[in-house]
Design a protein around this ligand. Sequence first.
Ligand code: AMP
Ligand code: GLY
Length: 784
Amino acid sequence: MAAVPEGPVRILLIGNGGREHALAWKLSQSPRVESILVAPGNGGTATCPKTTNVTDVSPDDFPALVALARANSVNLVVPGPEAPLVAGIAKHFHDAGIPCFGPSPEAARLEGSKTYSKDFMKRHNIPTAAYENFSDPEKALAYLDSVSHNVVIKATGIAAGKGVIIPSTKEEAKAAVKEIMVDKAFGSAGDEIVIEEFLEGQELSILTFCDGTNFQSLPAAQDHKRIFDGDLGPNTGGMGCYAPTPISTPELMDLVNREILEPTFRGMRRERNPFVGVLFTGLMITKDGPRVLEYNVRFGDPETQTVLPLLPASTDLADVMLCCISGCLDAVDLKVEDKFSATVVVASGGYPGSYAKGTPMTVRTPSSPSINIFHAGTALDGTQLKTSGGRVIAASAVASTLESAVSEAYAGVSHIEFEGKFYRKDIAHRALRPVASEGLTYAQAGVSIDAGNALVERIRAAVSSTRRPGADAEIGGFGGELDLSRAGFPGGPILVGAIDGVGTKLMIAQAMDKHDTVGIDLVAMNVNDLVVQGAEPLMFMDYYGCSKLDVASAASFVEGVAKGCAQAGCALVGGETAEMPGLYHGKDYDAAGAAVGTVTADSRLPRMDDMTEGDVILGLASSGVHSNGFSLVRKILSRAGLALTDPAPWDPSISAGESLLTPTRIYVRSLLSLPKGSLKGMAHITGGGLLENPPRTIPSHLAAEIDLQSWNRLPVFEWLQKAGGVSDVEMARAFNNGVGMILVVGAEKAEEVTKGLEALGEKVNRLGRLVKREGEGVVLLNSF
Ligand code: AMP
Ligand code: GLY
């Protein structure tokens, strides 16, 4: 083993994230540390005391790193990320006689291979989620059929933190297995997978120093992995963190030490792979006790930015690391201040999807010494600081209460400015508002609490009990059907009915006091659902409920309904206005409507049996956001601080409210004008957006392959995505993105149908085609 230095320490730190800035910041406080080279570093390490960035050496070129270390008399190497550790950097440096703080490549398998780490935990009775390893997709699928609990599917190799899928149904689980093992969505990381039991509870991250035998932990931290407040949206590298957490009581930490950390380090030693370095144990605190979710063989990000500031100046991090390497960690008293720390990560709008790079930024130094700004994706271009990554920078603060640590960290965020700056506003919500947030978290983790589906399941029997000849009484399609010819009206057509409301778009109409367009939306939501079954809408009825009837707004609303009916060619045959004081508030109203139409058996759509691979998908342009996704729209507006009366950033000629109230396009007349047999199927892009509606019209062995670059999105969607930092997939699920109706046509008919619809005033784009289904029912190509 390389001899550790006794005098001055010259460090080579590898990495370029927020974690590495925090490490450089803390290491530079050590009186023994003379210099720190960071390869490659970032805009923050560039200005850290004693620190120099080295950008001309690739962080995975070990011989070049050894040469760099030798040339600078480095006597302590600190690899930040897992990749070099898994690739054996520690051994490489030890062989070169230079001390390196990190596990051997054998010990690094705790992170590098999920199958190794799960088997290790089994060998040593370390509590973790029940699991099985699979290298054969058929066996994995059969296992899924055999288990009744919810599962998590993990690619076994390192998959850049993305190799974890939490399916909400068995079908999604099977699709994920195919995606990882057959389609190789994560490349060779998916040759083997682990299928785990889904664990419920709160997560904790524990960083533990170990010298192979002795170990000492830093305070338990809680990371926020999802991009949006309330733990919504896709997973990220971590959007914020706090420590210590109220759930990490001394009793719990004793249990973690006894049942998890001791057996882990002892197990590694007994298997002759002593762990030297820092181990990140990701725990789920379930009602049955702590369970290991994963091991990482390095510091966490943003956990490091949160916990290192809790070490007093007298705790010398370089000394702790050197003691780990020389096997005398028990000589160190790892003091931690009795305070709280919180970190808020500031990301580029769009992250974790695509985002801008190279945006100029300014960072003012906070006057309070308890606030630290840690850079991650930043770079200095001359003297100008610019963004260079998704997670750009973070503000951390230490205080005597968690509340004040959080508010100081947010004060730190106000010192950071760049265009597209995005951050979560609810860091530490589980600790500060424990009860309210709990329900949300589980629902959003993709657990089976899909209230809509649960309702459908529960009411299925009641619905079936109403069957009568001609009515299949099945629920779930776009519209309901009743075949008059089998219901006692020989020769009659099939009746098709649809019922729907306007949703929270009504709140925008009410806030704007503009009621003449939402009636059109109400009709559109219904008749567009009818026409996709090939039906011609014939009549419409509406219902309007309010607390106190305001004649002007109610009349304006119903006039809108009449206008929509005229566009759809159906008669407004009835309605109901209900005044129910106390049920609604103030000037609120709600509205619903139902459309009824007919179709003959030979015009019924979709014709799923006729659909084949290569059929063309056409998209008809929408007029705007239509009537779905408004909860997200309102959230984005409030995050952007945009009032409805402000000029719309995407169309400054009108207000944001007016623009958003653009009524939903009604496609009925043009679609019904097409020659019979032109179309094989259609899908109205309603709730569930471009992801969930196309599969409703195509058979389960086919998928709709949609090229996101095949049409021009309306500017409103560009703005929503940017302002909300919404990923492409979330955009596709929440919104129509400029396509209000999709059509499936035989390839030979695509041209003719396009021309026909264009002649009727529709804007038509060719979005893609039907392909063999391997996973999801919609496959997105490219990005918006
Ligand atoms: P991993 O990379 O294994 O830490 O997984 C990433 C994230 O997926 C974790 O931080 C958890 O939020 C979640 N996760 C992983 N495994 C499980 C599990 N067995 N039960 C519940 N959530 C899990
Ligand atoms: N914050 C999670 C990680 O570093 O893996």
